[in-house]
Write a protein that binds this ligand. Structure first.
Ligand code: AMP
Ligand code: TRP
Length: 328
């Protein structure tokens, strides 16, 4: 039997943080043996808000090096840059003409972003249709994303079902794969908010490219409570619970094991250990990252990935056109 297919993309908007690493990339690494996997850099999505042409391509390259350094295996994944595959935008147009303005204007992320800046482009509105194209082009079964992207994957399902009904079976219906609660990493300074690229205070965000001392300082400075026990209690002890979650994913220990290990320790001692395990793993990633960035590996991986992705997306595009009645 054919393997089920899985796909995700990240936007090349500066460096990524341990929330992205745990929520999206580590998930892909976990599933890469089981599924036929696709991972790409969503640079066409990045331009829905202004980007500096001078730095865009180096951000794309940096994200690709991070994928590989984090353990995304090029022999098990199709890795590519979205803008190098013209079929995504072509498919997107055909899908746009089968998507209602009302659906797009109701998307939570669109509402938030368009309220923040009234001078938004039409690309910000149609962004989820391009995301549907990324997924539907490859007959993807599962899409690992954070909770914020769930609505967009559901829209992709709606669009696919509508198209299949109207023109005949064309698309596989995808499902979002949302990481379990523990995999949502919160801000270190305000542990009731998720760790985010757009956080105002960068002290609450651990970036994969932060140096050792910066990581140590950020973790030692994390907001905690005055109760003094290391116990998981998300409601009353959000800061400690977040550090327990981080320690958990970096050590593969259970919450009970961690509570036992730090019984009687104070917060300083616990934070020091959390910093150690995070620094240990991130340092290894950074070493690989620097090697990869200075080699020709990225180009080799991309050449292989783009060929496969273009071929598959082209087939889907041609099928869509046939179903819709295009041709001579
Ligand atoms: P974004 O930063 O919104 O471009 O997110 C890219 C992907 O990273 C999302 O789809 C999520 O899967 C994941 N992600 C972002 N922030 C977090 C977080 N704080 N905790 C866990 N996963 C996250
Ligand atoms: N919109 C996603 C984000 O901002 C990135 C993305 C683009 C994506 N296309 C996708 C994620 C397809 C999953 C599948 O995080």
């Amino acid at each position: 039997m054919n393997k089920k297919k899985i796909l995700t993309g990240l936007q090349p908007t500066g460096t990524i943080h341990i929330g992205n690493y745990i929520g999206a990339i580590k998930q892909m690494v976990k599933y890469q043996d089981e599924f036929d996997s696709y991972i790409f850099v969503a640079d066409l999505h990045a331009i829905t808000v202004p980007q500096d042409p001078k730095t865009l391509s180096s951000k794309v390259k940096s994200l690709l090096a991070l994928y590989l350094a984090c353990g995304i295996d090029p022999n098990k994944n199709t890795i590519f840059i979205q803008s190098e595959n013209e079929y995504h935008a072509n498919i997107s147009w055909l899908l746009e003409c089968n998507t209602y303005y009302g659906e797009l204007s109701r998307m939570t992320q669109f509402k938030d972003k368009s309220l923040k800046n009234i001078n938004f482009t039409s690309g910000l509105l149609t962004y989820p249709v391009l995301m549907a194209s990324d997924i539907l082009a490859y007959d993807i079964n599962y899409v690992p994303v954070g909770g914020d992207q769930k609505q967009h994957v559901e829209l992709a399902r709606d669009i696919a079902e509508r198209f299949n009904k109207k023109y005949g079976l064309t698309f596989t219906i995808p499902e979002p794969l949302i990481p379990e609660e523990g995999a949502k990493i919160m801000d270190l300074i305000d542990p009731t908010k998720k760790m985010s690229k757009s956080s105002e205070n960068q002290k609450g965000v651990i970036n994969l490219l932060d140096d050792k001392e910066t990581i140590r300082k950020k973790i030692m400075g994390a907001t905690t409570d005055s109760d003094m026990t290391i116990k998981y209690d998300k409601e009353n002890k959000p800061g400690i619970s977040n550090l327990i979650n981080i320690y958990k994913v970096f050590t593969n220990k259970t919450t009970e094991e961690i509570e036992q290990e730090f019984k009687g320790s104070n917060y300083g001692e616990f934070k020091k250990e959390v910093a150690e395990v995070v620094i240990n793993e991130i340092t290894k990633i950074q070493e690989k990252y620097n090697q990869i960035l200075n080699s020709d590996e990225i180009d080799k991986v991309l050449n292989k990935g783009i060929e496969k992705s273009r071929q598959e997306a082209k087939e889907k595009y041609e099928l869509m056109k046939k179903r819709m009645g295009f041709g001579r």
